[in-house]
Ligand binder design. Sequence first.
Ligand code: ZN
Length: 602
Amino acid sequence: MRKNVLLLATVLTGSSVRASAQGVASSAPITDIRYEVTFTRANGARRQVASAMTFTVGGTEPVLLSLPAWTPGAYEIANFARDVLNFSAEQAGTSLAWDKIDPDTWRIRPRGVGEVTVRFDYLADSLDNANTWARPDFLLFNGTNLFPYPEGKGFDFPSSVTVNTDAGWKIVTGMTAAGPHRYAASNYHDLVDMPFFVGQFDLDSTQISGTWVRFATYPSGSVTGGARVAVWEALKLVIPAEIKVFGEVPWTTYSVMQITDPAYGGGSGLEHQNSHVDVVGPGMLGTPVLPSLYAHEIFHAWNVKRLRPSDLWPYRYDQEQPTPLLWISEGITDYYADLAEVRGGVVDANGFYVMTSDKMSEVSSLPPTALEDASLSTWIHPRDGTEYIYYPKGSLAGFLIDIMIRDASDNHSSLDDVMRTLYSAAYKNGRGFTSDEWWSTVNKVARGKSFADFYARYIDGRQPFPYDRVLLLAGLRLARDTVHVPQLGISSLQDSTGVHVTEVIPESSAAAAGVRPGDPLISVAGLNADDPNWTDKFRARYARQPEGTALPIIVRRNGAEQTLTARLHFVTRVDSRLIEDARASSRARRVRDGLLRGTTTP
Ligand SMILES: [Zn+2]
């Protein structure tokens, strides 16, 4: 998963309620499981999709069917059962009695041996890559939303999916085709890890590193001409650089599935074993954020979908599955996204330094938070700004560990060796990896160098990273600039209903002016709030104005526009820029070049 924050706008997330099937009860055995999804123009108009599940029972014992509470990769409880409508069950043409035994588990009472069909409609109005979203001519769905599983029976059952849709409409999914509009999965984990696009959208494909890659984009025409060529160019550069880390391609066909919608304020990707789904606002198209997002999500095909912390192996779907190692699964994935870009040639070394410096600035602006604690806490979305700190901070941890391994081994080994070793030791043996295994592999690859102190201070602990000491080992250093920047103290988000204030920093000038979270925002200091660049323009326009200058903020309250007056306020910030050290030793230059090129000294 990656959520990009666009300017000061934040991505909306639903409220999370922790409630789920507890797994004590167990369903009667069911066999020959088939799912059927129906999505036509009529469904699109209603923004509902129909799901049916048919299976065979051996008697009258109750069947317990659960819907997942979350989609792996999107670490939040979403309770998909909330979106179920018109639930029914039938056997041989007559309806069956059913009730619920917990918020997302249905108990169905068969009348005897034979085939049972369960049906429901699902509300498809959530523009979220972990959920289901319909337009008049298009549907995104995840199996976690539409495919119930028998409670307490494990996830190793095979099943098939048939999609009924209008003539001429396309279907894209990572699932294996088993007939016209029919797909098969050998187990439930694979079934729900392969989302679908159904309807009218653009689709093309090409071969990269000997495998097929597809690019599906909705709405039709959203990524065309030069923009589409640029996406393909970026994919052709980053994918081979990522394959080189692990030495193998884990998919036969990979699908990049992208939705562009003006109601989406930022950009977000959700990874799967042979696809990923991006949801982006139009403002993201053509920006450097997109290649970076693709590189991140595709790297997940190895790191987290296959090489996965043991706390997440196997996935369970009925409750939270916290791990202290998400900084490896997400943060180090983000480090490799940057590496894939520089190693593939999407950006040059300076581009890599800028991305890394930005991560340093982001981390330094947030409360000191241990990577392990942040990894565990993400499920409850902490509201102190650290909700996603394990991305940039975990990325920087990977960067520092990589440098230390390369230095300790005189660039004979690297973090790539750690990834490759664990991939083979854990994933290839059908299991997850533990924290002990991670650190013992780092230690071994670094020729016996101890990371115990590093772990205690910077991963388990909250001490600021030792940038100066470690960067030196890679012929890099930080140039620090002290800057004074105007700060208003509000975050805003644009959605289909307009721009709203999402957050007001306490004691800020916006707070003093009376701006409140939820206020519809019309303009700020003469800048239209629906301009996606208003925050940058604000900082530029007021950089040299005197402190205390009046700033009119227009909000809408009770149907009328109201002008509040804030006072210009400056904050002092130390910006760090990662630069090359002109006095770097030849050993340090070997480390730097090896890291940027993805090479070690033979
Ligand atoms: Zn991710």
